[in-house]
Design a protein around this ligand. Sequence first.
Ligand code: MRU
Length: 343
Amino acid sequence: MSLIDSLSLRYDGKKLMVLDQTQLPQKQVWLEANDPNDLVGHIRELRVRGAPLIGLSAVLCLANLMQTGVSEKEFEIHAGQLRASRPTAVNLMNNLDRLLAVSRSTFVAADILREALAIVKEDEELCLKIAKNGAALFADGDGVLTHCNTGGLATAGVGTALGVIREAWHSGKRLHVYVDETRPLLQGGRLTTWELSALKIPYTLLCDNMAAILMREGRVQQIIVGCDRIARNGDFANKVGTYGLAVLAHHHKIPFYVAGPYTTIDVACASGADIPVEERVASEVRGVKGSFGSVEWAPSAAPVFNPSFDVTPAALVTGWILDFGVFKDAKKMIDALEKGRGV
Ligand code: MRU
């Protein structure tokens, strides 16, 4: 029996399978992720990626491990290894903390599994709420620019920023989506295009450095991106290139929205300066590899700058689209979160 069957996650109570996102769109390859060491590898190599999905796969993997009779000490060690697998997206840490709160009060497999499944189910619902909240911001005929991949592949549901686009489209608004290819790992060019094609939503793919021309030509009315960590002051980390888009949006007076679930807010993080930004290997910038092949165009020792994320200051954000509302003011967003959760 299938307990979870999403675009990129499958779980039947015994076996956890993840869709290898590095192989898309050419190949759909499902990989086992029962061993936490394997999942750590999948996350580091971005076979499993996207802030919500990373956190969901981690808790499912740990809950599944409980079925095999793991000790409390081993459980904690694996949780620690998963926590360290990628540093920026806080959903991973938030989801693990939630699971550990259960495992530390009752080290019972059924209880831990119930919690992990509830976290996944909740993500699906959060996506729908984000989509509904955000879709109202779009007008018929809008050109919408997005970056990276924030759809069903990156979540258990319809996605965050891409979920908003999807909902607006299904509500009858004829949008045209402009998809940044998202160098260096091409999440836009490989994954968002794949999802939009399947959804039959019209789109145009562009190289990241072409976004400015589109904006100057008046072809973009809205920009919407996802997030990996939102600080208390509203600064947020997202896929590298997001900050540049926000600066361009400001110059061209185009609304710039960020969409995400409450699980992407880090209430312990005062501002963007406190967000750890992952630096990745030089080979990702010297060339590219995927199921389409592998090529290195730069000298093999070329010095490289490769931050995986950048931080966009709150001052450049038109609105934060969350499951619990759309906010134009970061303080109001944090107040609503803390009141809503009884903090
Ligand atoms: O390095 P990635 O592909 O995991 O980065 C993903 C992003 O930056 C997304 O925009 C973010 O995680 C939100 S996904 C709903």
